[in-house]
Design a protein. Structure first.
Length: 158
């Protein structure tokens, strides 16, 4: 394959989310395959976009593919951490330019308003079912992340 989609995400929750989305989409295809390779990489927090993403792209992802491969890099972040800050912790133009200089054909920003965990909770029934908790399980917490963390603690997983 001469195309690769590289998803850089903030954490393990997002890795699992995007893997599930990819699996669901694959299941909708007749041959269960995309014409594009897909890589998911965790940069361990918002700061990782400026110092881990480029290194992983150059050292871990690119070496797996031939030189003719066209890479589309997607930077998936939450806005909750820096929503009100005047100087965000990441200069997205700089990250984009560095990745393009390193061989990315295109760089796309996907920003989850608030945090992606808040998105997940729009389908709380499926989350409760997936975790094999009792239907109608009470979900408490101050934000999406905290609520999911508490659900996982009910499983003694976190």
């Amino acid at each position: 394959m001469n195309k690769c989609l590289v998803l850089f995400v903030e954490g393990e929750t997002e890795i699992e989310f995007y893997k599930a989305v990819i699996s669901f989409a694959r299941g909708k295809l007749k041959n269960k395959r995309f014409d594009t390779c897909i890589e998911c990489e965790n940069v361990n927090g918002i700061g990782g976009f400026k110092n881990i993403a480029l290194r992983r792209f150059e050292k871990k992802v690119k070496p797996k593919y031939d030189e003719a491969c066209k890479f589309t890099v997607v930077l998936c972040s939450d806005t909750d951490v820096f929503e009100l800050e005047q100087k965000p912790p990441v200069n997205w133009d700089e990250v984009r330019n560095d990745l393009i200089s390193a061989g990315a054909h295109d760089v796309i920003l996907v920003r989850a308003k608030k945090s992606i965990e808040d998105w997940f909770l729009y389908d709380s029934d499926s989350i409760v079912s997936f975790l094999r908790l009792k239907k109608g399980e009470k979900i408490t917490g101050s934000n999406g992340y905290d609520k999911l963390k508490r659900l996982y603690k009910n499983l003694k997983v976190v």
